[in-house]
Design a protein around this ligand. Structure first.
Ligand code: SAM
Length: 311
C-alpha cells in the first residue's frame, strides 16, 4: 500500500479538491482575523491595573498596560548612571566654571544695553508660594535645590527666602529653564521686552533675583530641560529637592520627571505643580501617575502639588 498520495492528488487537481483549496485560503484568513480580534479584545478589556481615580481619557489603557509590562519600558529607559555625586559645596563653582567662564553671571549685571529694558522687579508665578515649599524645605533642609522650569523666578525666589529664614545660607537653587517661555506667552507678558526677536526673560529673571538680594544662592542654568538635566547627571550634580514645573504636556513632563529623578539624591524629594489645576490633564497628572506606578513609588499631595519622597 502506498502511503504517499499521487502527485495529482497532492496538487489538488480533482475538481472537488480545487473547490476546497479555493475556499481554504479565505477561511484561514477569516479564522486568523477572528482569533486576533478575540485575543485583542480580551487583553484590552481587562486592564491589569485597577482603574481607580484619577480617571483617564479613553486612550489611557495603553499607559496602564505599559505600566504593567516593565519590559516594554526598556525602550524608554534613559541612562541610569550619573557621575558620582559632587560634594554640595563644590556645585556652585563647578557650574560657574563650566557654564559661565568661572564668573558669576550676576557680575556687572545688567549690561548697559539691557538695563533700560528691564523692570526693577517683575515677579509672577503660579502656585509659587504654596505651603508645599515651606513644608518640604523645613523637612529636608536641602543643600541643593534644582528647579526645572523657573520663568520669572517666583518659586525660586520664594525658596531662596525660605532657606534664608531657616538659616540655610549655603543652599544653592539651580534654575533650569531655556528662558524662552512658550509661544504666545507675551500675550500676557507684553511688558517683558523683546530685543531683535530675543525675549529678555533670562535678564528679567536675573533682575528679579538681584531685587531680592539672592544672587549668591540662585543660579540660572539656561538650557532646555532635557539637555540641562542630562548635563547635570553627567557632572554629578544631584539635588536634595527637585521641583518639576516646565513643559506641561505628557511627553515633556514624563521626560523631565524621569531625567530629574536620576539626579535626586537618595532620600531626596521630587515634586511639582499642576496635579490639581486646570492644566493638570494636559499631561502632568498622567506622567506623574505612570512614573510612580512604573517605579513603585507613592504620590503624596500638598495643595496643587504632587510630591514623591524617595526615602
Ligand atoms: C510654568 S513656568 C515655571 C513657573 C515657575 N516654576 C514659578 O512657579 O514661578 C514654565 C517654565 O518652563 C520653561 N520651559 C518649558 N519647557 C521647557 C524646556 N523644554 N526646556 C527649558 N525650559 C522649559 C518655560 O520657559 C517657562 O519659563
Amino acid at each position: 500500500m502506498h502511503l504517499l498520495k499521487s502527485p495529482t492528488a497532492m496538487r489538488g487537481d480533482h475538481p472537488h479538491h480545487q473547490k476546497i483549496l479555493k475556499l481554504a485560503k479565505p477561511i484561514a484568513y477569516l479564522l486568523l482575523l477572528l482569533i486576533s480580534f478575540t485575543l485583542g479584545y480580551h487583553s484590552s478589556s481587562s486592564p491589569t491595573i485597577s482603574s481607580s481615580p484619577p480617571s483617564f481619557p479613553p486612550s489611557a489603557p495603553i499607559l496602564h498596560q505599559l505600566a504593567s509590562l516593565p519590559t516594554n519600558l526598556d525602550h524608554f529607559l534613559l541612562t541610569t548612571h550619573c557621575s558620582p555625586p559632587l560634594p554640595p559645596h563644590l556645585i556652585r563653582q563647578t557650574l560657574l566654571d563650566h557654564l559661565f567662564n568661572s564668573t558669576s553671571p550676576f557680575t556687572n549685571f545688567p549690561p548697559p544695553h539691557a538695563a533700560p529694558l528691564l523692570r526693577r522687579s517683575r515677579i509672577k508665578g503660579w502656585g509659587s508660594k504654596g505651603a508645599v515649599f515651606q513644608n518640604l524645605i523645613q523637612k529636608l533642609k536641602p543643600q541643593t535645590i534644582i528647579e526645572v522650569g523657573t520663568f520669572l523666578g517666583a518659586s525660586a525666589i520664594h525658596m531662596a527666602e525660605l532657606t534664608h529664614q531657616l538659616g540655610l545660607n549655603t543652599t544653592q537653587i539651580l534654575c533650569l529653564d531655556d528662558f524662552r517661555g512658550w509661544p504666545g506667552f507675551r500675550g500676557r507678558f507684553s511688558d517683558i521686552s523683546l530685543l531683535n526677536g530675543d525675549v529678555l526673560l533670562l535678564y528679567q529673571f536675573m533682575q528679579n533675583v538681584v531685587s531680592v538680594n539672592a544672587t549668591e544662592s540662585v543660579l540660572p542654568v539656561p538650557f532646555s530641560t532635557g539637555a540641562g538635566l542630562d548635563w547635570l547627571c553627567q557632572m554629578g550634580v544631584f539635588g536634595d529637592l527637585i521641583e518639576v514645573d516646565a513643559g506641561h504636556d505628557f511627553i515633556s513632563a514624563w521626560s523631565d520627571i524621569n531625567r530629574a529623578y536620576r539626579i535626586l539624591r537618595p532620600g531626596g524629594i521630587i515634586f511639582g505643580h499642576d496635579y490639581f489645576t486646570a492644566a493638570d490633564n494636559r499631561g502632568v497628572r498622567r506622567a506623574v501617575t505612570l512614573f510612580a506606578r512604573v517605579y513603585g513609588l507613592k504620590i503624596k499631595f500638598d495643595g496643587q502639588h504632587w510630591v514623591i519622597d524617595s526615602s
